[in-house]
Design a protein around this ligand. Structure first.
Ligand code: BUP
Length: 454
């Protein structure tokens, strides 16, 4: 007699960077015949979130959907009006209907897999239901360990303004220049949301993370041996998460990539939430042109997709678009990044080091030029460099305007450095191996499902 397959409730927080790993995880769980409830916040911040959620649900009608109505809540001493941070907070404050809703579903829910950013509001709900809660980490093990330690760091916040390094037990010291500047302000919404949720981690059964054994081995070992914080549950690396197929029309840029030689194109994207300054956009355009490399550039000028209305001509100038029309493509629309990275013509990736992008590059073994913009991205850039996946110019600090000549030099290095290409390829092989049958990440996910069957 086989035990019942588990019914898992998944609950992401705001932004494509949070939704994407949950949709991938959902799809991996469905392919293992788990029953799923997908919890979403309504309204979403970006148009892409709502379109991805509807598309996923219409392809998987067997998935039960709970839509939580979000009551916008303005932080009383708001130091940042980032709509995603406001939504993190509003989502955490809108979870009260969940307990009653989850308690009446059939078959009964066996576990909640929820975003770290709702940990403190989900822990008591899971405890009341008598089911385990797994936190889902949407960043590197290293940055997550730093977040778990944030309450300790904030207990001596004055020190963060004078020190040169931050010490997280068990980890190599992290230069203060890599720490997100908002961490120096306990009232900043980004900081307060993380600090509120960190203590709740001790109630979680495990931390599911989109990483793999070979990518951050020392940090994983330190965290899982209780050196980082002894109350932390184990990190469960289940990455690189598998992409899932949603039938869409073939993107135009893929046909363009078809016409390019193998590994000749540099793909440029700074994720879904980076609004790059107009000056920096100009310098980047100069750098791309001067590098002489073919490029595919996904350009965004606002944090929220719905507000992005600027025309390419106004941003880059007709003459740039004209001069580079045989060399490159610039798009302002949402693309399927995973599909682009899988194209054989793509040979390098200039990325902000959002963690999903890092894992997508790692899965394919694509060399990365790390250019962090905010949040966890500098710490992630250090992880990328350490793993042998990419290069990182530390001088390109938070808010520093980098000039086109420097950018061109780094792009050439990215595309021409054979040693880097070999080591990135090796990362890709390890990443693929981790998620194959009997691979380390595959075994971890199977272990969690087996545990939940009991
Ligand atoms: Br832009 C863009 N197409 O056009 P990250 C992004 N993506 O598929 P972020 C597309 O969105 P956080 C596009 O592949 C990745 O899976 C991309 O997540 C995909 O960065 C995801 O890389 C973006 O983690 O989120 O958006 O900055 O701030 O949460 O890291």
């Amino acid at each position: 007699i086989t035990a019942e397959l588990p019914h898992i409730a998944l609950f992401p927080s705001a932004g494509m960077g949070h939704l994407t790993p949950f949709l991938r995880l959902a799809s991996m769980l469905l392919s293992r015949n788990c029953a799923l409830t997908f919890i979403t916040a309504h309204p979403t911040v970006s148009a892409n979130e709502s379109s991805y959620i509807s598309s996923f649900l219409s392809h998987h009608p067997q998935v039960n959907h709970i839509e939580l109505q979000i009551t916008p809540f303005l932080h009383s001493t708001s130091t940042d009006d980032d709509p995603f941070f406001l939504q993190f907070q509003a989502t955490s404050r809108s979870t009260h209907p969940l307990g009653p809703l989850l308690s009446t579903i059939s078959p009964p829910v066996s576990a909640i897999f929820s975003d770290f950013l709702v940990a403190s509001s989900i822990a008591p709900i899971a405890a009341d239901l008598g089911i385990p809660n797994y936190a889902v980490a949407t960043t590197s093990v290293k940055f997550f360990s730093l977040m778990a330690n944030l309450p300790n760091l904030l207990s001596n916040v004055a020190q963060l303004s004078t020190t040169t390094e931050v010490n997280v037990p068990g980890l190599a010291p992290i230069p203060i220049s890599s720490i997100p500047p908002p961490f120096k302000d306990p009232n900043h919404l980004f900081t307060s949301q993380i600090a509120t949720n960190a203590p709740a981690l001790s109630a979680a059964k495990g931390i599911l993370i989109n990483s793999f054994d070979g990518f951050e081995p020392e940090t994983l070992a330190a965290a899982n041996n209780g050196r980082v914080l002894n109350h932390l549950p184990p990190f469960l690396p289940i990455g690189p998460l598998q992409p899932y197929e949603l039938k869409r029309d073939k993107m135009q840029c893929l046909s363009w990539l078809d016409s390019k030689p193998a590994e000749s194109v540099v793909y440029v994207s700074f994720g879904s939430r980076t609004a790059m300054s107009k000056d920096q956009i100009r310098e980047l355009s100069k750098g791309l042109e001067a590098s002489g490399c073919s490029f595919l550039w996904v350009l965004k000028t606002t944090k929220v997709d719905k507000e992005d209305e600027e025309e390419l001509q106004d941003l880059l100038g007709d003459s740039f678009l004209d001069r580079t029309k045989n060399k490159g493509i610039v798009v302002k629309t949402w693309v399927n990044q995973q599909e682009i990275l899988e194209h054989p013509a793509v040979g390098g990736f200039i990325t902000h080091c959002g963690w999903n992008s890092v894992m997508e590059a790692a899965r394919r073994g694509i060399p990365v030029l790390a250019w962090p913009q905010h949040g966890d991205q500098m710490v992630n850039a250090g992880v990328v460099e350490n793993a042998g996946l990419g290069i990182w110019e530390r001088k390109w600090g938070w808010g520093v305007l980098v000039n086109g000549e420097e950018i061109a030099i780094r792009i050439k290095e990215l595309m021409e450095n054979e040693k880097l290409r070999r080591s990135a390829r090796k990362v890709g092989e390890e990443g693929m191996k981790a998620s194959e049958v009997d691979g380390s990440s595959e075994k971890v996910l199977t272990g969690v499902i087996e545990f939940l069957k009991q």
